[in-house]
Design a protein around this ligand. Structure first.
Ligand code: NDP
Ligand code: 2IT
Length: 446
């Protein structure tokens, strides 16, 4: 089997030489899917995995805009339209200086499997720009978003490709992007998700990824007769996903003791409560400040330039970015008694970190399963937009819970290795793959 995986990967490496994140994401999928394909020759015959690993289309474009000093700035915009076998391309936009083709291809590739797992009709895509919103005025962010959409608009539509938020793209950016699309096209339709509730956004979409990853962790813990209530929890990041992970943890009675940003992490042994969380939301979403300020405000420790993985915990939610948790961190977590890791971010754990979790046989879930709640509620936003109705918070939240439960069930079904251990990566990859693969076979070589 290792030879087959290597042969497959050698071809992928040759075609994508300078794309380490993309190769990492494909490697992880190939390790579960190639053995599965060996048992199901139709997928091999139709070269499904090879086709899934090649984007249907990548659009790259220039984004010129004027900053507050009246100077011209130039960024690069992207949209990776990865796979449309089961629905319109769907996936977020990331605005971060690190954005490049490799990162967006890995994210779009992951999105194909994730969106399939939700059970909703969404293909996979991802996009963004190397624009850094940090330190920019609202006016500059608006100018950038308008220029970005002035090219992107011709490639998206409610039935073609529906972007949303990701790192650096939240409600503010989605609002500006939507406004510009509407102005250019003269059309008010659901071409983006994550919109504000006043103009077609779904209730619970802001909360969905964070709430969803907690619902998923609760399902995982249940398989070992455990509850999240009373557990000590470590969270990284302090953006959208981290904030609502903390909110749901507080609601179910778990104690979150860390948060981080790219500057470092805070350790609050008393736990983050509702009022401290309200402070974080104001700090991060309104003032756009640094997490360090939390430590000063609530008199706790701040560790500059460090990640929170050495803090003792039962459950960890890596909610910041890719490859933020390596094998050494994984070993530290396991040695300190952590027995459940659910990814809120996309690919936050390196391949070697995952091997550490698997060999310790702790509960570990890959983002494509555990963070699918965000895109799932985006799918529900698309449905509400098409129907021109809006569902209540309770309605959307209960659908979200049901979807996370169903994804967990699919992972267990296809990932159970023995009576005590579920390989959630294998389960997620196989479950996500089957629907897309069967649709691709039915549609011929397109
Ligand atoms: P936000 O922009 O709201 O927050 C990102 C957080 O991660 C910030 O705290 C940021 O710190 C930190 N971060 C970003 N890059 C780095 C880095 N290179 N090193 C250290 N910290 C970093 O993004 P989201 O919360 O939306 O996204 C977080 C993760 O979740 C991403 O992996 C994203 O792909 C994934 N995700 C998001 C979904 C969504 O619905 N938003 C859905 C599913 C997955 P700083 O401010 O200092 O940069
Ligand atoms: O990674 C992700 O799933 C997201 N950033 C959300 C995508 C979406 O379309 O809501």
């Amino acid at each position: 089997m290792d030879v087959l995986i290597k042969e497959f990967m050698d071809k992928i490496i040759t075609r994508n030489q300078h794309e380490p994140e993309f190769l990492q994401a494909v490697q992880e999928v190939a390790e579960s899917i190639i053995p599965f394909i060996e048992d199901h020759p139709k997928y091999k015959e139709h070269k499904i995995l090879e086709r899934i690993a090649e984007p249907e289309r990548i659009i790259t474009f220039r984004v010129p805009w004027l900053n507050d000093q009246g100077e011209v700035e130039i960024n690069r915009g992207f949209r990776v339209q990865m796979n449309s076998a089961i629905g319109p391309y769907k996936g977020g936009l990331r605005f971060h200086p690190s954005v490049n083709q490799s990162i967006l291809k890995f994210l779009a590739f992951e999105q194909v499997f994730k969106n399939s797992l939700t059970g909703l009709p969404m293909g996979g895509g991802k996009g963004g720009s190397d624009f850094d919103p940090k330190g920019r005025s609202n006016n500059e962010v608006m100018k950038f978003c308008q220029s970005f959409m002035t090219e992107l608009y011709r490639h998206i539509h409610a039935d073609i490709d529906v972007p949303a938020g990701d790192i650096g793209v939240g409600a503010r950016e989605i609002g500006y992007l939507f406004g510009q699309y509407k102005r250019i096209q003269g059309e008010f339709t659901g071409i983006l998700t994550g919109k504000a509730a006043e103009f077609g956004g779904s209730l619970i979409r802001p909360e969905a990824t964070g709430y969803g990853v907690v619902y998923f962790a609760e399902e995982m813990l249940k398989t070992r007769g455990e509850l999240l209530e009373g557990k000590t929890v470590v969270v990284s990041g302090s953006g959208n996903v981290a904030q609502y992970t903390v909110e749901k943890c507080i609601q179910v009675g778990a104690k979150v003791v860390t948060l981080s940003d790219s500057g470092g992490f805070i350790y609050d042994p008393k736990g983050i409560d509702e009022s401290k969380l309200a402070y974080i939301k104001e700090l991060k979403n309104v003032r756009r400040g640094r997490i360090e300020e939390y430590a000063k405000k609530f008199d706790c420790e701040y560790f500059e330039g460090e990640k929170p993985w050495r803090v003792k915990c039962d459950v960890a939610f890596p909610d910041a970015t890719q490859n933020e948790l390596d094998a050494k961190d994984a070993l530290t977590l396991v040695q300190n008694g952590c027995f459940c890791v659910a990814e809120g971010a996309n690919m936050p754990c390196t391949l070697d970190a995952v091997r550490v979790f698997d060999s310790a046989r702790i509960l570990y879930a890959p983002g494509k399963a555990s963070n699918a709640g965000g895109v799932a509620v985006s799918g529900l936003e698309m449905s509400q937009n098409s129907l021109r109705i809006s569902w209540s918070r309770d309605e959307v939240d209960s659908r979200l819970k049901q979807i996370m439960h169903q994804i967990h069930g699919a992972c267990v079904k296809n990932g159970r290795l023995d009576k005590d251990f579920v390989d959630y990566t294998k389960g997620a990859n196989i479950s996500g793959f089957i629907k897309v693969a069967d649709a691709m076979i039915a549609q011929g070589y397109v």
